[in-house]
Design a protein around this ligand. Structure first.
Ligand code: ADP
Ligand code: ADP
Length: 230
């Protein structure tokens, strides 16, 4: 019943010199689990998320998502896995500049074959859950950074993906909005979605069931969080 297995994964970047972003990392995310990743800047957190999300491939080791070896998949296959099973909240939001907030959130549902009225209803409801009920028809350029981030979160959740990967989902928003986003994540987690989120905020990480501490490309410790929100 495992959804994600990271097995002996290393990742090097070659830019003149070689940077080891991840060094022999093992991590399992079981179905429905909620894991937070913490660690200093440059410790490999985003690299780990990108590898699990199939945005990049490991230098060695394997990443298996729902039985599929993402690390061995072609770029096209990885895009398919990402499109259907993985919701990805990027640090840069990648919103479509000419589409309104509601159209951006509804876009993934086009590929899932939803009709227009249902798409709009689902997207509007998600936008109101992230506090943007009054911004549905604005294009990204008319929104603040924090508002764009919330549109990206609503979009990542629109297809109800089994696995949700979020890089600093509350990094750019005020406390109340951050709390709202975390409550929404709790709802999805309660419904069985698997979460992996990167954060530098301890109180955010404590909403998860466990905290993976990363340092210098290694998992230094895994902390069980008891007395969390669940
Ligand atoms: P974190 O998310 O913890 O800040 P990253 O995973 O972004 O860490 O980075 C880990 C290390 O890998 C850093 O030394 C970073 O400079 C390097 N790195 C990350 N992405 C790239 C890339 N695309 N090219 C070269 N080096 C990279
Ligand atoms: P946040 O704390 O969410 O980043 P800001 O303080 O940046 O919010 O923005 C406050 C208000 O200004 C928002 O309601 C937003 O709609 C509006 N706003 C921000 N940037 C722009 C922009 N480039 N064009 C139009 N309205 C903007």
């Amino acid at each position: 019943n495992t959804t994600v297995r990271v097995e002996s994964v290393s990742k090097q970047y070659d830019l003149g010199g070689t940077v080891t972003a991840l060094d022999d990392v093992d991590l399992t995310l079981s179905a429905g689990s909620y894991t937070a990743v913490m660690g200093p800047s440059g410790s490999g957190k985003s690299t780990l998320l990108n590898l699990i999300g199939g945005l990049d491939t490991p230098s060695s080791g394997r990443v298996v998502v729902n039985g599929q070896d993402v690390s061995a998949a072609s770029e096209g296959e990885r895009a398919d896995i990402r499109g259907t099973e993985v919701g990805f909240v990027f640090q840069t939001f990648n919103l479509m500049p000419r589409l309104s907030a509601v159209e951006n959130v509804a876009l993934p549902l086009v590929f899932d074959g939803w009709d227009r009225a249902r798409r709009r209803k689902r997207a509007t409801s998600l936008l109101s859950e992230v506090g943007l009920a009054d911004r549905t028809d604005h294009v990204p350029a008319e929104l603040s950074g924090g508002q764009r981030q919330r549109v990206a979160i609503a979009r990542a959740l629109s297809t109800d993906p089994a696995l949700i990967l979020a890089d600093e989902p509350t990094g750019n928003v005020d406390t109340d909005t951050g709390a709202r986003i975390l409550d929404l994540f709790d709802d999805f987690h309660g419904a069985g979605n698997t979460f992996l989120l990167v954060t530098h905020e301890r109180h955010v990480a404590e909403r998860a069931e466990r905290i993976v501490h990363v340092e210098d490309g290694h998992i230094q410790s895994v902390e069980d969080v008891s007395g969390g929100e669940r």
